[in-house]
Design a protein around this ligand. Structure first.
Ligand code: GLU
Length: 285
C-alpha cells in the first residue's frame, strides 16, 4: 500500500504569521499534497496567557489568502481538555506521574530535571505533573536530518505533561492530537527536533502510532537570528501574498518563474507540488 500522508500545520495564536511560520505552513502543505495526502489545521491555544482569539482569526484569513486550504474542521486544543485528561490517566497507570512544585526560576539553567519532587508525593491537584521516564533510548529517522538518537532520561529527565494553569502541556497535547486526527507526517521547524524523543516516548507509553518526522531548517533574519515572534519577526503581508510566497518557495529550494507568479498563489502551490522534492530544501552547512 502506498503511504498517503496526513500532514498538519499547528500554529499557536500568539501573534500573526511571520515568514518563518509561513515557511513551515507552505512546506507541510505542499509535502502532503505532492503525495496525494491531506493537510489539517490545528490551533494550539492552550496557553491562555499568550493566545488571543483575534490571532486565531487572522491566521485562518492569512492561510486562505495564500491559498493554503486545509481539509476538514479546524481543531482547537482549548476545546479538548477532557480528551487530554483521559490520556493523562493512562500515563498515571503507566509509567507514572508525580506532582512537581519546582518553579521555572528554581530550574533555570538546568536542562535536565533532577527529580527533586519525584519522591515527595505532593497532591496531584494544584501542581504541574511530570511523567517518569526510564533509561530507554529513542531512535528515529528525520527525512532531512537523518538518523537521530536521544535518551529522555539524560536529555530532559522527567518532563511536564500537565501544567497547573493550562492543563495539558504541549508534549502531551501534540501527541494525542496528531494520533487522534490521523496525522502520520509531522513537518515543522528544527527548533522542535529535540522535543521529538519526548513525544515518541509518550506515543510508546500511550500505544499511539509514530508519524514520520521532517524538521525544516529555521529561517533567519539578516542578523542571523531565528525568525520568531520572540524576535519580533514582522507579520507577513495580506496585500501582496504572491511576492511573499515566491520568496518562501525560493527559500524552500523550489523557486518559481515570474509568469507562474502572475497566475497567483494557488497555481504557484500546485506547480511546486507537481515537482516537489523535500531533499531540495537547503540545510545550513
Ligand atoms: N504550536 C507549535 C508552534 O507554533 C508547533 C507544534 C508542532 O508543530 O508540533 O511552534
Amino acid at each position: 500500500m502506498p503511504f498517503i500522508p496526513v500532514g498538519r500545520f499547528a500554529p499557536s495564536p500568539t501573534g500573526p504569521l511571520h515568514r518563518g511560520s509561513l515557511f513551515v505552513a507552505v512546506a507541510s502543505y505542499i509535502d502532503a499534497r505532492a503525495r496525494g495526502g491531506r493537510w489539517l489545521l490545528r490551533i494550539e491555544d492552550l496557553d491562555t496567557q499568550r493566545c488571543r482569539p483575534e490571532y486565531d482569526t487572522l491566521i485562518l484569513q492569512t492561510l486562505q489568502r495564500y491559498a493554503l486550504s486545509w481539509d476538514g474542521e479546524v481543531w482547537r486544543q482549548s476545546q479538548r481538555h477532557a480528551i487530554y485528561a483521559d490520556h493523562l490517566q493512562r500515563l498515571h497507570a503507566h509509567p507514572g506521574l508525580y506532582a512537581c512544585r519546582c518553579s521555572r526560576l528554581r530550574l533555570r539553567g538546568q536542562e535536565c530535571y533532577p527529580g527533586t519532587c519525584r519522591h515527595l508525593a505532593l497532591a496531584m491537584s494544584g501542581h504541574a505533573l511530570r511523567v517518569c521516564v526510564d533509561a530507554r533510548r529513542i531512535d528515529f529517522d528525520d527525512r532531512l536530518h537523518g538518523a537521530q538518537s536521544d535518551q529522555p532520561a539524560t536529555q530532559c529527565g522527567d518532563f511536564v505533561v500537565w501544567r497547573r494553569e493550562q492543563g495539558a502541556a504541549y508534549q502531551l497535547a501534540v501527541v494525542v492530537d496528531d494520533a487522534l486526527s490521523g496525522v502520520n507526517s509531522v513537518l515543522r521547524g528544527a527548533d522542535l527536533l529535540d522535543n521529538t524523543a519526548r513525544q515518541i516516548f509518550l506515543q510508546q507509553m500511550l500505544g499511539l502510532a509514530r508519524p514520520e518526522y521532517t524538521h525544516l531548517p529555521l529561517l533567519r533574519d539578516a542578523q542571523g537570528r531565528k525568525l520568531s515572534k520572540q524576535n519580533h519577526a514582522p507579520a507577513i503581508s495580506l496585500e501582496d501574498p504572491v511576492s511573499e510566497l515566491a520568496a518562501v518557495l525560493a527559500a524552500l529550494g523550489h523557486p518559481v518563474s515570474p509568469p507562474l507568479c502572475r497566475q497567483g498563489c494557488a497555481a504557484m502551490l500546485a506547480a511546486v507540488a507537481s515537482d516537489w522534492d523535500v531533499r531540495r530544501i537547503p540545510l545550513p552547512a
